[in-house]
Design a protein around this ligand. Sequence first.
Ligand SMILES: [Zn+2]
Length: 132
Amino acid sequence: MEIRQEFPPNIRDIMNKFDLYGFNPVFTYGDILYNPSGGEISPDLMAHEETHARQQSVYGVGDWWTRYLKDDTFRMTQELEAYREQYKHAVENYPRAVRRHLLDTVASNLSSKLYGKIVKKKQAKELIEHYE
Ligand SMILES: [Zn+2]
C-alpha cells in the first residue's frame, strides 16, 4: 500500500461521524493508507489496514465508506475482520506478552464509542481471538 502523510479525500464525512480528538488515526481509502500524523505503521496495523483495502475493493471504495459511516453493524463486521487479521499477524510474529497486550488494546478499541459500543471488551476479546 502507498502511504501518504495527509488526510483522506472523505475526511469531512469521517469527522462528521467521529470525534477524532485525542486519536491519531490512519485511514485506508482504496489502496492508499492515509497517515496524517505520520506515526509509525506497525506490521500488525498494516495487516489491519490491508484488510480494509481488500474489503473496499470488493464493495467499491465509495460505497464501502458510505456504509461504514452510517451502519454500526456493518462497521463492526468490517472492523472485526480487520482486527482478527491484525491479531493473527501478532500471533504469528510477536512474542506472547506483546500479543496479549495487543489483544487488550484492540479489544478496547473495538468496544469503544468509535465503533458504536456494540460489544463489551470481554466479548470483543473473544471475537478477535477466535479468528479461525
Ligand atoms: Zn479498522
